[in-house]
Ligand binder design. Structure first.
Ligand code: PEP
Ligand code: MG
Length: 568
């Protein structure tokens, strides 16, 4: 059976289905008859034993001194704690709770006790305790657990959704591909999947209930097809496509050491978007001229403990060293909406994408923000850092962030810690930011256009919604006009313009963006050589001509027609 989806991380994969059924840990709050209590205790003990053995298995490949191993040990200690088990049994016996209800109640009490201690470490552990409780409840209610770190070899995960934080826990050596019912090219999980080169399909309307674990799967994340239980002919076709993809990749290698320029020598800078330090290791493989976007929130998601000022300082210094003089653009923590950090307290909001996210979150958490700013300032003593703020709408937010930087400099001076100069930018990713740019440009050295959120907020269309993705694409007249307006405002103020949204990684848009006047593109590592190749096919005057034609088009289909016509 073939099901179409959106290919968000190109590649071909052959493997077996690992289906993640959506969690529905709905509890029954009725008190149980005394005759059932003994059975509930047995179920509880069995569930604890199952979880303990799963956790032990997942630790087999970890180094005993690694942070992850220590966290696993802490989970095991809690599950095997006799007092806790006693408390659970008492909740069943005395309060006539089901085993699941006893777990929910007792683990919530434990977590609250940890939060009351008011130390950052125990606050993080409180979240771990709650999620451990949820895993136990899931085993009790469904008999199975979605232990992501335990997936079998050659797994192709098929699920409704996977959060960026969950993606960070996946064993990538065993994961061949990913298929989600939700999301699109600009979802953060898609961005992580591309960074990790995991073939991924999103917005794929497959029925999870109809796919058994272990079913053979062929995933064509180039043309956007999930093939369940493929025929031999289909597998053979995909093997050919896989070979062609490998050959195309080899063909692109020739661009690695070539200048990023049009046929007639119009140069632009081509940098990379990264989410972790190990990606910086690979930038030389694709000839990137630096990092144009370091999504620092991802390093918070990958860790159970928040990196403190010193750890961040070391990390940024390591990044500078790896970059060897090439620029490092650090975006301050951009949390909220689909990016949650399990160890950070985030308020629950009705519309998180319109809530306390990006710069709003960091301004509301000055301690967290200052630690990052001080780390960046100190690292800037060792190399060129460009710092940018996400989701800035108006000059007041920028002024507040800049004032905090000054305060951090004072603190560093007082502590006699050295720091360096940084250049300042914002991600232009809301219509308000475009409209308000003139008031902010005098305070800025550069802007970087974030087309992912710019599209979401301009179109009022959730960037992860499978129902909206086709109808509200980034390549649409409104977005092109906002990009053009941002570029011309910035250029008039002599402020450098970059683009770090996923549109920069789309070769169909390369000529248009250059023609609109972009000086710098920051793209996903997987797309970098293709963009270089695309640019080399164009003459600058043709890029400008295409941009002029695009600016007077008022329909999405006509715009697509223009770009594909020029492209072929
Ligand atoms: C954007 O919104 O375009 C962007 C680059 O930021 P993110 O995708 O991380 O939200
Ligand atoms: Mg954004």
């Amino acid at each position: 059976m073939i099901i179409k989806g959106i290919a968000v991380s190109a590649g071909i994969a052959l493997g077996q289905a690992k289906v993640l059924q959506p969690l529905d840990n709905k509890l029954d709050y009725h008190l149980l008859p005394p005759s059932q209590l003994r059975f509930e205790k047995i179920c509880l003990d069995n569930a604890i034993a199952t979880l303990v053995s799963q956790i032990k298995n997942s630790a087999l490949h970890l180094q005993p001194d690694s942070e992850h191993y220590q966290l696993i040990e802490a989970d095991l200690m809690l599950l095997e704690d006799e007092e806790l088990q006693q408390e659970l049994h008492v909740a069943i016996a005395k309060q006539q709770f089901s085993a699941a209800l006893a777990v929910e109640h007792t683990f919530a009490k434990q977590a609250q006790a940890m939060r009351d201690m008011d130390t950052p470490y125990l606050c993080c552990r409180a979240e771990d305790v709650l999620s451990l409780g949820q895993r136990l409840i899931q085993i009790l209610l469904t008999g199975e657990s979605t232990e992501l770190s335990n997936i079998p070899d050659n797994s192709i995960i098929i699920a409704k959704d996977i959060t960026p934080a969950e993606f960070a826990t996946l064993p990538l050596n065993r994961l061949k591909g990913l298929v989600l019912q939700t999301g699109g090219v600009t979802s953060h999980t898609a961005i992580l999947a591309r960074s990790a080169s995991i073939p991924t399909l999103m917005s794929c309307p497959c029925d999870l209930a109809l796919i058994a674990n272990g079913t053979p799967i062929a995933l064509d994340a180039i043309s956007g097809e999930l093939i369940i239980d493929p025929t031999e002919a289909q597998v053979a076709r995909l093997k050919v496509a896989l070979q062609q993809a490998i050959e195309r990749k080899v063909g692109l290698e020739q661009f690695k050491n070539q200048a990023t320029q049009t046929q007639d020598g119009h140069k632009i800078s081509l940098l990379a978007n990264v989410g972790c330090i190990s990606e910086i290791n690979h930038l030389a493989d694709v000839g990137a001229e630096g990092v144009g976007l370091f999504r620092t929130e991802f390093m918070f998601m990958n860790n159970h403990e928040l990196p403190d000022e010193h750890q961040q300082y070391q990390l940024y210094c390591d990044a500078l060293q790896l970059l060897n003089g090439k620029p490092l653009t650090i975006r301050t923590i951009d949390l909220g909406a689909d990016k949650e950090v399990p160890s950070l307290s985030m308020i629950k909001e009705e519309n998180p994408a319109l809530g306390v996210r990006g710069i709003r979150y960091t301004l509301n958490h000055p301690q967290l923000f200052s630690a990052q700013l001080r780390a960046v300032l100190r690292a800037a003593n060792h190399g060129a850092i460009r710092l940018m703020f996400p989701m800035v709408n108006q000059v007041e937010e920028l002024e507040d962030a800049l004032a905090l930087i000054e305060r951090c400099k004072d603190e560093l001076n007082e502590a006699e810690k050295g720091f360096g100069d940084i250049t300042i930018g914002i991600v232009v990713e809301t219509p308000a930011a475009v409209i308000n740019l003139d008031s902010m440009l005098p305070l800025l050295d550069f802007i970087s256009i974030g087309t992912n959120d710019l599209t979401q907020y301009t179109m009022a269309a959730d960037r992860t919604s499978p129902y909206l993705i086709d109808k509200y694409p980034v390549l649409s007249p409104a977005i092109i006009k906002l990009i053009a307006q941002s570029i011309s405002s910035a250029k008039a103020a002599n402020v450098q313009v970059s683009m770090c949204g996923e549109l920069a990684s789309n070769p169909n848009a390369t000529a248009l963006l250059i023609g609109l006047g972009i000086d710098e593109l920051s793209v996903s590592v997987a797309a970098l050589l293709e963009i270089k190749q695309e640019l080399s096919r164009w003459r600058y005057e043709d890029c400008v001509k295409q941009a002029e034609q695009a600016m007077v088009i008022s329909r999405i289909d006509k715009l697509n027609e223009l770009l594909t016509r020029c492209h072929s």
